[in-house]
Design a protein around this ligand. Structure first.
Ligand code: KG4
Ligand code: ZN
Length: 368
């Protein structure tokens, strides 16, 4: 295949495809020989409206939408970048973890492009793409600590190098965004619930309900959110029918509990990081939950306490997108880490390669 030996010395132009959950996305990113990056196009179609009536992601609907949308999105991403397929140095797709139907659509599309245009394929771990994004946006050097909190994932990861990750903490039950979505649903707020809960919380009293602060003080850096969610359900049932002030107070009290738990868990995660790897160059937040202003404030406090800087990539690069896949592909390509056309789509795929403990991953967000 073309360009392999020159990959580290020459700029790379990589097409990235993301289809692991309910965003269909394609982007082209350029990586310079000095390691800096530039986004040439980044197109995301969010299927939120398709899934909203069901209150969660429906895998079958997501997979069919990816099939319908992806070719057009790829064509538009290439057009916006002003490139034809023969000018690409590589084509990357998220090969997991995620809803398998969608993953198959994206990876198969990338394989077809790679085969027809004799271009290297990079099968990217979706979590790795989130982990490497700050190197695209602000050239961050290794090592750093990643807090990834989305609808499908809640993890604290030590990012030591491309392909070198150590998971320091994870949720033992629900993902953080999933908990926001479920609380929203039980309070009658629309999907996706995170922004709705945040908005309602701004009008509420965070002290009205003493919801549990899960995992506080534990020596590991794991999260648990299902007990908190159940406590919210019990309170909502007790008060039903809910007035709008009840909803606001429940949201504010729930968010306060999440914040306190997140602060404690991340404080412990950063301590574990420092013990094992020395001081991190930054605490990086990614995933949809990082859009929450109150969570950002809490992360700022945690980072300051650990004497490190908080980096939150721009919202469009925090949530699922094609540019992060293209960038992770470019980073791997520069190191000669390529994949063959038989690369397998994976529903589950732990970032640290340790498959002994299951990762609930994005499946937990699926409705059916
Ligand atoms: O990263 P993302 O766009 O997609 C994946 O889950 O992969 O994250 C979406 C999740 C949803 O669960 C959504 O409710 C949550 O992020 N979210 C928020 C906020 N905005 C989005 N959670 C809390 N506060 C927010 N402002
Ligand atoms: Zn994601």
């Amino acid at each position: 295949m073309k360009g392999l030996t020159l990959a580290t010395q020459t700029p790379a132009l990589v097409l990235g495809i993301e289809t692991t959950c309910d965003e269909t996305a394609a982007a082209v990113v350029e990586r310079q020989a000095d390691g800096s990056g530039r986004i040439l196009s980044n197109i995301v179609y969010s299927q939120n409206d398709d899934h909203a009536p069901f209150g969660g992601v429906v895998p079958e609907i997501a997979a069919r939408a990816h099939i319908d949308l992806l070719d057009g999105l790829v064509a538009n991403a290439m057009k916006e970048a002003g490139l034809n397929f023969n000018q690409l140095t590589g084509v990357a797709a998220a090969a997991g973890p995620g809803l398998i139907g969608g993953v198959i659509v994206g990876l198969t599309t990338a394989k077809a492009i790679a085969m027809v245009h004799n271009t290297p394929l990079i099968a990217v771990n979706h979590l790795e793409a989130h982990a490497l994004t700050p190197r695209l946006t602000c050239a961050l050097a290794f090592p750093y600590c990643l807090f990834l909190a989305s609808g499908g994932h809640t993890q604290i990861v030590a990012v030591l190098g491309v392909g070198q990750y150590v998971r320091l903490g994870t949720t033992v039950d629900d993902a953080m965004g999933e908990a926001f979505d479920k609380v929203a649903k039980m309070l009658g707020l629309p999907y996706p619930g995170g922004p709705q809960v945040e908005q309602a919380a701004a009008e509420g009293n965070p002290k009205r309900f003493a919801f549990p602060r899960p995992m506080l003080g534990r020596p590991d850096a794991n999260f648990s959110l299902s007990g908190l969610k159940t406590a919210v359900r019990n309170e909502a049932d007790r008060l039903a029918p809910l007035e709008s002030q009840d909803v606001a107070d429940i949201c504010a009290s729930f968010q306060a509990a999440v914040l306190e738990s997140a602060k404690d868990r991340l404080g412990t995660g950063l301590r574990l990081f420092e013990e094992k790897f020395g001081p991190p160059r930054a605490l990086v937040a990614a995933g949809g939950v990082a859009a929450n202003q109150a969570i950002r404030g809490a992360l700022q406090d945690v980072a300051a306490k650990a004497q490190t800087t908080l980096i939150v990539p721009p919202p469009a690069l925090c949530t699922d997108n094609g540019a992060m896949i293209a960038w992770a592909g470019a980073e791997r390509l520069a190191l000669g880490m390529l994949d063959q056309l038989d690369a397998a789509p994976r529903a589950r795929w732990r970032l640290d390669g340790d498959e002994t403990t299951p990762d609930r991953g994005v499946q937990s967000r699926a409705k059916f």
